[in-house]
Write a protein that binds this ligand. Sequence first.
Ligand code: PMV
Length: 323
Amino acid sequence: MSEELPSIPGRGLPVSARAPGKCIVFGEHAVVHGAPELVFAVDLMTQVFVTAGSATRLNADSEASLRNAYFRSALDLAWKDGPTVEVRAVSRIPKAAGLGSSAAFVAGLVAALSSVTGGIDRPTLAQRSFEVERGAQGVGSPGDTSTVVAGGFVAINGGPGEPLWSVRSPEHRWEVRRVSDPGWVWVIAYSGVPRSTADAVRAVGARLAAPGGPEILEEFRRVATEGIEAVGRGDRSTVAELLRRNQELLREVGVSHPRLEALIEAGAPAAEASKITGAGAGGSVVALPVPGKETELVRRFARAGALPFVVRPTSHGASLVDD
Ligand code: PMV
């Protein structure tokens, strides 16, 4: 049976909402072209506070709607003709690291603004958050925004049972399904190398449209489909093997980076497998630690110059924060 996720209720100003970060396990980039993806929400949060104000500002910046494309896009799509508001955003998610800082900001802000305009059901929050992110980035899939709206483990275009919802763009339609959390601890290591998601997505799009591209996309599809099934049944060794294969494919489409390869190598003695998570070309890797070697893996990543996090999936998607 399909899970019913609670709607965001209507509230007056001031209002506060929060949303988690995310970690992509399988299928980034290929999901933009309709292939499956597996993502989980991580227990690092962004919290957004919205109050009445004499000018619309983000973290005291009255030029933010010119400078910050996500903020502008959220105001355009979720606050049309609304009164001026003062927005404050506080986040524990590192920016441009592949951990969903923009998706968490967008989903938290859209949840808060939509609450003031009467409330929003979750499928609509997922669709609107995607449109806001896409309005700001110009490219991309709804994988990040749907995961931070749903919480937990989420399969895009794959997975068992009835969809939680579907999300549409003019070119594609993605179905979003729940996958059960196998209860594992994951380690993410941020390389400190910043990158642009939109540039990486465009470069991979060009590679997949070139000769040999459709075959690579097909292999991405196979790996993610089998990976979603293996996570669902808690089969660690198959997941590890598929993570390694997924990394080879990401390398092949050109989004690895010498710093990421060095991290994967440094972590290898304490990891069952590691791969890029997110757009790549910088950003972060995700690793499945050898059980009992979580601390050693964190030390290895830190010694190799990364910022490591032990992350636990969270079942909490975007929600209002009631005091
Ligand atoms: O840069 P990130 O972590 O938000 O990852 C984006 C994932 C992509 O598949 C590369 C793009 C997308 O919108 O799905």
